[in-house]
Ligand binder design. Sequence first.
Ligand SMILES: Nc1ncnc2c1ncn2[C@@H]1O[C@H](COP(=O)(O)OP(=O)(O)OP(=O)(O)O)[C@@H](O)[C@H]1O
Ligand SMILES: [Mg+2]
Length: 380
Amino acid sequence: MSPQSPTVSEARLLSVLDTAVDGIVVIDERSRILIFNKACEELFGLTAAEVAGKGISVLMPPEFAHGHDFWVNQYMATGVKKIIGIGREVRGRHADGTIIPIELSVGECRTPEGRQFIGIIRDLRSRKAVEQRLNQLQAQLVQMARVNAMDEMGAAIAHELNQPLTAVMLYLQALGRKLEAGVEDGSVEAATVEIVAKTRREAERAGAIIQRMRHFVEKREPDRQPVEVAKLVDEALELTMLGHDGAGIEVVRDIAADLPALDVDPVQIQQVLINLIRNGIEAVREREDRWIRIAAHVDDGRLLIEVEDSGPGIPKNTVRDLFKAFATSKKSGLGLGLAISRSIAQNHGGDLLVEPGGAGRGATFVLTLPLEATPVARAE
Ligand SMILES: Nc1ncnc2c1ncn2[C@@H]1O[C@H](COP(=O)(O)OP(=O)(O)OP(=O)(O)O)[C@@H](O)[C@H]1O
Ligand SMILES: [Mg+2]
C-alpha cells in the first residue's frame, strides 16, 4: 500500500485507511502517489504496489491528466486553489479504460518531507444511475405534458371546427335543394347537383372524424348505461374504416346473436374498439391478405370482444411492453392506444389481453367485460 516499508505507526494508519469505504490517495508535491488504499484499488483496478511512486495522472482520463499537472504547478507557484478544500465532481479512469464519475475532495498537509495532498474519492456511478433514471422520468413527464397539451388542443380544435362545419353542411343542403329545382326546369345540369352532393358527403365525413377526435381526447369518468354490443362494434367499425374504403381490407363481423346489453360507458368502450381496429388496419396495410375479424360472445359470465387481424403478429420481445404508454413501433404513433385501452377496460372491471400470434398468424386482442356490474357500481 505504501511504496516504502512502513513504520509500525504508519502500518497502523494504513490498515485504518484500508477499512474506509471511500478511496483515499495521498500524493506528494510532484503528484506522485504515496498512499493508495483498498477502496482505491477496487475503484481503479490497480494495486497499491502498481501505482506506488507513479504520477496521479495514471488514474485520470488523458484529457484530464494534462489539466491536472497544470493546476498543481499553478497552485505550487501561485497558491490559488482550484480544488483543495472544495471538492468537485471529476472523472477517474479504471485500469480497463472505463471512465468513472467520482467526487473528489482534496486536503493539504505539510510534513517534514514537504507538502502532501490527500484525496478522498467517492464512486458516483450508483448516484449517476439514479440521476439518469430521474432524467428519463423527467423526459417522460415532459412528453406526457405535451400529449396532454395536444389532447387539449385537439378538443379545442374539434369544438371550434364543429360549428362552421355544421353550417357548411346546412348551406350545402340548401344549395342542393335549390339546384335540384333548377334541374327540373332545365336551368341547372344534373352533374352540378352531383358535385354539390359529393362536397356535402365529404363535409359530413370531416364532421364524423372531428366527432371521433372529440371522443378520443375527452377524458372523463365512465358514464355507464345499457348498450348493445352489436351497435358499439358497428359504430366503431364505421368510424375507423372512414378513409380506408380503398384499402381492400375485408371486415369479418362475427357477433353472437342475443347478446345481453352491456352496462358500460359507450364512448369509452368505443374508444377501445377504435384503437384495436385502427391497430389492426395499420398491421394489415402492407400485407397481401388483408382482413380484420371482430367477434363477440359470452364466456363464463363475461363478454369477450376479440379483434383479430391478418397482420404479422407481435414480436416476442415487444409483447411485454405493449401496453405501456409510449411503446410504439410506428413513425407517427404515440404508443398510447393500448395503454389507454387497457386502463379503460380495467376501469370497467374488465381487462385487455393479447394473443401475439406470429409465425403466419396475426395478433388477436381480447377485451373482456363483466356482464354483471360490480357490487360497488350496483350500490350507487
Ligand atoms: N394488431 C397489431 N399487430 C401488430 N402489432 C401491433 C398491433 N397492435 C399494436 N401493435 C404494436 O403495439 C404498439 C403499440 O400500440 P398502441 O396502439 O399502443 O400505439 P400506436 O398504435 O403505436 O400509437 P397510437 O397511440 O397512435 O395508437 C404498436 O406500435 C405496434 O408495434
Ligand atoms: Mg394504436
